[in-house]
Design a binder for this molecule. Structure first.
Ligand code: F3S
Length: 428
């Protein structure tokens, strides 16, 4: 590659010139081209651990698996140990038919090999396959101002917005290459200017809105730009919620129904607390969200089941993966709903997805025996990757995750409806 507009250090120039080997040269050339495409001025050193999205081997990801194989063969390691997105199946905790297993065996035939190679190249260990790496139990918790190069959209949103770290919404492979060289091109959300708000979102609802529907509305409106959300924080003190969990759900919905990598919530998120309206660009546009607008957005969620009148086959809760607090709250909610419907056990197979360290902590809690007695399941699976298997995808899946609804044939229902449905069973 001849010449670049990016200002490189002598070490970076050596990498680009091939003085540190042909593979490093290719990695650096890829990152320079990527940076130039977004007008990056230079590289920044990564401060925190990486988090990779390339966690599953299917025919479509074969080139990626070969790439990881080549890197492992050459002895490459990431600068710091990394965490990774969750896995596509979990035979210990999710039921599969023989036919479903057989298809999994076929489409995921390189899965074990990929997981082993990820360990060799720097994965912390095999318990950190989760999209909520930033939870304390998992331990990849970026500090405010840390430069990162993550790709998982829900984690990017959380790291930038809730923790005040700095990462662009990269692609898989770019996240791996950045993790290997310990650098990322500086542009977009890694700059002060790129973190300014292009939109003012005025929330004028009667009560705390569903984070999934609110996130969908915001994502569809602002697409990849930065929103500054007003009028939401006033609901937090009275609501019986963990604000960080609420923002986790809202951010995942913004990021999947648009491409939002950063949002600010007035008086709540770290940069909004420090800089307030100073974060808003002078020419920012305004989007008013009231209850009618949210009803319009929710009504447009398509129902794509083959037999819309059939009962649900399975419910997934925890996309993004649930926190410890969410698991405890849902145990109490299931208990109350079972009591009100005069039942002992859930009528619909229900899988709660969470990180292994969160599941281990929950299993030690007073809530777990009750959770288990209701027949609820716990898994580290990615509910979306469960649907890579066409037999699984064709099931009538319900979820309270708008992200899962967006990327699969699942049906979105809000928390209250999901709770009623999994206890009652039958047609919704
Ligand atoms: Fe996480 Fe998989 Fe949902 S990565 S956000 S559980 S699609």
């Amino acid at each position: 590659m001849s010449g670049t507009k990016m200002k490189l250090t002598s070490d970076e120039m050596e990498m680009l010139d091939g003085k540190q080997g042909a593979t490093v040269q290719k990695i650096m050339e890829t990152l320079v081209r990527y940076g130039e495409a977004f007008d990056a001025d230079c590289f920044v050193e990564l401060d925190g651990q990486s988090h990779l999205v390339g966690c599953y081997a299917v025919p479509a990801t074969e080139p990626y698996v070969r790439l990881v194989e080549d890197l492992v063969a050459e002895g490459f390691k990431t600068k710091l140990p990394f965490t990774s997105n969750p896995l596509p199946f979990d035979y210990a905790n999710v039921e599969y038919t023989d036919a479903e297993r057989s298809i999994n065996d076929d489409i995921h035939k390189n899965q074990d090999k990929l997981e082993d190679m990820l360990v060799k190249i720097g994965l912390v260990n095999k318990s950190v396959f989760t999209c909520t790496c930033y939870l304390d139990e998992v331990g990849n918790v970026p500090k405010r101002g840390d430069n990162l190069a993550w790709a998982e959209s829900s984690a990017v949103s959380y790291a930038n917005s809730v923790l005040g770290a700095r990462t662009n919404r990269n692609s898989g492979i770019i996240d791996l290459f950045c993790a290997i060289v310990g650098k990322a091109p500086r542009f977009g959300l890694l700059t002060d200017d790129g973190r300014k708000a292009d939109w003012i979102i005025e929330v004028r609802t009667a009560g705390l809105p569903s984070p999934h529907v609110l996130g969908s509305a915001i994502g569809q409106k602002v697409v990849e730009q930065v929103p500054y959300i007003k009028g939401l924080d006033k609901f937090f003190p009275a609501a019986d919620i963990a604000v960080k969990d609420y923002l986790k759900e809202m951010g995942a919905s913004c990021a999947s129904n648009g491409a939002v990598g950063l949002y600010h919530v007035e008086s709540t998120t770290p940069e909004a607390k420090d800089f307030g309206a100073g974060l808003i660009r002078p020419d920012a546009k305004t989007y008013v969200i009231d209850d009618d607008e949210l009803a319009r957005v929710a009504a447009a969620f398509p129902l794509m089941w083959k037999s819309p009148d059939a009962p649900p086959d399975i419910a997934f809760v925890g996309c993004p993966h649930y926190s410890y607090d969410q698991l405890c709250r849902w145990t109490q909610a299931m208990e109350a709903e079972l009591k009100s419907q005069g039942k002992q056990k859930l009528a619909v197979k229900t899988v709660f997805a969470a990180a292994v360290p969160v599941i281990e902590k929950f299993k030690q809690s007073e809530f777990y025996p009750r959770f288990k007695s209701y027949g609820a399941g716990l898994s580290h699976i990615c509910p979306l990757l469960y649907t890579v298997n066409p037999l699984c995808a064709g099931k009538n899946i319900i979820s309270n995750s708008n992200k899962l609804r967006t990327y699969s044939l699942s049906r979105y229902v809000d928390d209250a409806e999901l709770l009623r449905a999994i206890v009652k069973g039958g047609v919704l």
